[in-house]
Design a protein around this ligand. Structure first.
Ligand SMILES: Cc1ncc(COP(=O)(O)O)c(C=O)c1O
Length: 411
């Protein structure tokens, strides 16, 4: 492992980086208990996140839930500001949801799909999103087209342009950082094409938020769905949706808008509120929202450009280190790789390796053909082991994984 630490912070010297890593680990109690390399599942949160959650739950229990919400009004506004800063947009472009999937579904429901409408997507889009498209296909007669890949990996923006010209889709949908396969999609290039053609664009940013330095306006999407618990290091059970000013100006709102998103007029009709709040639902887990806000502030303070560089360098180190083990093959194939590294371990079902590694103190995750036959078939793997480091991980985590895997794979 020697040498890679120095590679990780082009902007700073190795000693400064080492001090920062020590601080990040100190701020993260979980690092004392586990080698946590499952940040694409749910990252270990820093203490400030859990403090924000616990103190609001305590306040709710002490003075009452609605009264605690009133007392925390300023802090809640700050959460929207921090999430906006993370994406470089205004707070009114952010809607809080219960997960990335809920955010995605709210956005999808804003399109009144009719039989014959087309959605253009990629072959690496998130499984739940693809299932939603298939449901729209079965129930609403929507056609789903997969734009072709580039030989070097990732969707071909020219294929998206060709699909737009041929099918005039209602929507183009791309998952920025797929859940495995190591890929970072060229979402900005696709965004330029959609924007020139006037076709709405929905990005799944679930694995991108907290992992990449994001300027969402440069992506030129109408919507981007995200979650708190992954590379952002927030709590489970909460996420958010970015809604562009142009989608808001067009009056877009979810099919089943509630009283958080709209008021009921004297005439008996409804008017949506300004801003992305129209994509929210009335009941909100405010303790989790405060935790997500604390996570966004922590990420901004840590400096996303350097934490992203370190997470990506650790994932490259994992690819190099683990493929030295006989029978372990990297499944990542892309010009720009993410902090998610996927491996096939010959002769071993990855879903059985996960609990065995956990018993040795190392957290990773897996996916099998039963869960996702199409994607695993495309990768030519029976199952895959997913290793997703983040900037607070260090060489001791990768070394522990390598040692544990060698032990488990040795006949
Ligand atoms: C790319 C991607 N999109 C969406 C999701 C769903 O996120 P959530 O569980 O918060 O709905 C995941 C979860 O793993 C994901 O990896």
């Amino acid at each position: 492992m020697a040498g890679y630490v120095a590679l990780m912070d082009a902007a700073g010297d190795a000693a400064t980086l080492a001090r920062a890593v020590a601080q990040w680990r100190d701020d993260t109690p979980g690092t004392k208990h586990r080698h946590h390399l499952n940040n694409a599942g749910a990252a270990l949160p820093p203490s400030v996140v859990m403090d924000a959650v616990h103190s609001h739950l305590d306040l709710e229990a002490t003075i009452g839930g609605y009264e605690a919400a009133a007392a925390a009004g300023g802090a809640i506004d700050d959460c929207y500001r921090s999430l906006g800063s993370l994406l470089r947009v205004a707070p009114h472009n952010i809607a809080v949801t219960s997960s990335a999937t809920a955010a995605y579904a709210q956005a999808l429901s804003a399109f009144d799909f009719a039989p014959g409408d087309t959605i253009v997507t990629t072959n690496a889009d998130y499984l739940s999103n693809r299932i939603m498209f298939e449901a729209l296909s079965a129930r609403r007669g929507v056609r789903v087209i997969e734009a072709a890949e580039l030989p070097e990996g990732g969707v071909d923006p020219a294929a998206v342009a060709a699909a737009i010209a041929a099918a005039r889709p209602r929507l183009v949908a791309v998952t920025w950082v797929p859940t495995f396969g190591g890929l970072v999609q060229r979402v900005e290039d696709v965004g330029g094409i959609c924007s020139d053609a006037g076709v709405p664009y929905l990005v799944d940013g679930c694995q991108a938020v907290g992992q990449l330095d994001i300027d969402v306006v440069a992506v030129r999407c109408d919507f981007m769905a995200a979650t708190a618990r992954k590379f952002l290091r927030g709590p489970r059970g909460i996420g958010f949706l970015y809604v562009s000013d142009s989608a808001l100006a067009r009056g877009m709102h979810p099919l089943l808008v509630d009283m958080r998103g709209a008021n009921w007029n004297a005439s008996g009709s409804y008017s949506t509120y300004d801003g992305a709040r129209r994509f929210e639902q009335w009941e909100q887990p405010l303790a989790l929202l405060l935790g997500m806000g604390a996570a966004a502030r922590y990420a901004l303070d840590a400096g996303i450009a350097r934490t992203a560089a370190r997470a990506h360098a650790l994932a490259s180190a994992a690819r190099e280190q683990l493929t030295r083990i006989p029978g372990v093959r990297s499944l990542d194939h892309a010009p720009r790789l993410s902090a998610i590294a996927s491996f096939e371990c010959e002769g071993h079902d990855a879903s059985a390796l996960v609990p065995a590694l956990r018993a040795l103190g190392v957290n990773v995750s897996s996916q099998s053909r039963d869960e996702n036959a199409v994607a695993l078939g495309r990768l030519g793997a029976g199952s895959l082991l997913r290793v997703s480091p983040h900037y607070y991980n260090d060489a001791s985590d990768l070394d522990a994984l390598e040692a544990a895997l060698r032990e488990l794979l040795t006949p």
